[in-house]
Design a protein around this ligand. Structure first.
Ligand code: NDP
Length: 434
């Protein structure tokens, strides 16, 4: 708190994790030595740099970019790049901190990192996005490598941006090693990577409901966001018999009382991905209600999947969900629920999965992309899906192992935090203090 008073998101993430870990450290004092916690809350390295590029009018634009290399205790730094005007050091440090535990949870050997820029891709031409990505790589390339740091996409960074950055990386380093994941299939990408986070979130929900003897079929599902994670979470939830009632974006919520069918979900995905459209533009469709400036959380449903961004679900939203009978909340986004919202879910006995467990399918599949690249192999869709399914089951089992309460119920927050921590902490203790 004293060191980073101006980093509220980072402090929030640290507070959430340490609240889980404290009782565990008291029971296991071997983890309370060697300055382990003090080292864990300090990133190994933070790089901040200028990105200067030329827009379509010939004007020079200057953005700020970062890479937070949080922990390489169990493998190369790994975590996405985010392009959004809100990007700052606090947000990236929180994301890199969370990523370290999430990556440990996947059971794959990946450290944690995160990066990004305050560049806003909205309204930019393809040429501008390409020039920005290339300018960013002119600095970032020297900090990356297949065994050093392997970034990927995040908000505002999809296949197009990854392609431009990975291409420039190859040009500058004269090497074709795996330095980005989320690549296109034509140049080393993995099948299923676009689907992985959304599908994985729903696979995790399946595990939670099954373990706690609840049903998915026919459940009403609230999805927030309408980007990559939201789209594939909605597809998988529908596939498994759920009824998805909402999507949202920063303008408001699109509500379909009867539930979007697969055709409608695909049309919304095309509207967002191909035309970079707004949900407000679909307001005239008689099947939908458009709720400007509103989030989905006041609509009654059994399952809620926040898949947009951090702190998009606050205490009041959580109380409303609980009052309306929500059974399960699983985070597709990173830290979408505020600390107060998490407390509301835990007190109400709602099955609540923090993002580091439920959205880990994305980075897990990135790990599988790294394995395929190293082995010069391409697995089929079904092979990757099967591995993703197994990984989500393993993450669930680890959460149960470390989060089971005396009464047999599971605190998934504790389960995820302790399980990820133990792996990172064991690796740090074994490697000495540095
Ligand atoms: P996208 O850029 O594809 O989509 C983001 C969605 O969130 C858009 O619908 C966007 O709306 C909405 N959004 C962004 N910022 C805000 C805001 N301030 N208020 C309201 N809505 C907002 O990103 P992804 O789907 O890839 O990522 C979504 C979340 O999932 C993020 O938290 C990300 O860190 C997390 N995540 C993503 C993974 C992945 O594999 N993609 C992996 C693990 C976690 P609009 O169009 O209006 O901006």
């Amino acid at each position: 708190q004293r060191r980073d008073p101006d980093q509220p998101e980072f402090l929030q993430a640290v507070k959430e994790v340490t609240a889980s870990l404290w009782p565990f450290l008291e029971r296991h004092p071997r983890y309370a030595r060697d300055g382990l916690m003090e080292r864990l809350v300090e990133p190994e390295r933070v790089v901040q740099f200028r990105v200067a590029w030329v827009d379509d009018r010939g004007q020079v634009q200057v953005n700020r970019a970062f890479r937070v290399q949080h922990s390489s205790a169990i493998g190369p730094f790994k975590g996405g790049m985010r392009f959004h005007p809100s990007v700052n050091l606090s947000i990236l440090k929180f994301l890199a901190f969370e990523q370290t535990f999430k990556n440990a949870l996947t059971t794959l050997p990946m450290g944690g990192g995160k990066g990004g820029s305050d560049f806003d891709p909205k309204g930019k031409s393809d040429g501008e996005v390409m020039r920005f990505c290339q300018a960013l790589m002119l600095e970032l390339y020297r900090h990356l490598g297949p065994d050093t740091d392997v970034p990927a996409g995040d908000i505002g960074v999809g296949a197009r941006e990854v392609g431009y950055m990975a291409g420039m990386m190859k040009k500058l380093s004269n090497q074709a090693g795996c330095v980005f994941t989320g690549k296109g299939i034509a140049y080393g990408g993995s099948l299923m990577r676009p689907e992985a986070t959304g599908y994985g979130t729903v696979y995790f929900v399946e595990q939670m409901l099954h373990y706690n003897h609840r049903q998915t079929h026919g459940a009403r599902v609230l999805v927030s966001g309408s980007g990559n994670v939201a789209q594939y979470a909605a597809i998988k939830a529908t596939d498994l018999g759920g009824r998805v009632l909402t999507f949202s974006d920063s303008g408001g919520t699109l509500y379909c009382r009867d539930g979007f069918d697969m055709e409608a979900i695909e049309a919304i995905a095309a509207h967002k991905n191909e035309r970079r459209g707004r949900l407000a533009e679909l307001a005239d469709d008689p099947r939908y209600d458009y709720l400007p400036g509103k989030r989905p959380w006041h609509i009654p449903a059994e399952i809620a999947l926040p898949c947009a961004t951090q702190n998009e679900l606050d205490g009041e939203d959580a109380r409303s969900l609980v009052k309306n009978g929500v059974v399960c909340v699983a985070e597709g986004a990173n830290m979408p629920s505020t600390l107060e919202a998490v407390d509301v879910f835990l007190e109400a006995g709602t099955l609540y999965a923090p993002g580091k467990a439920s959205n880990a399918g994305g980075v897990a599949t990135s790990g599988l992309e790294m394995s395929q690249n190293s082995a010069r192999l391409s697995w089929t869709h079904a092979e990757v899906d099967e591995r993703l399914h197994v990984i989500m089951k393993d993450i669930h089992a680890n959460c149960v192992r470390h989060g089971k309460r005396k009464d047999g119920t599971v605190n998934y927050v504790d389960g995820a935090n302790i399980s990820g921590f133990v792996k990172v902490a064991d690796a740090m203790l074994a490697q000495g203090v540095y």
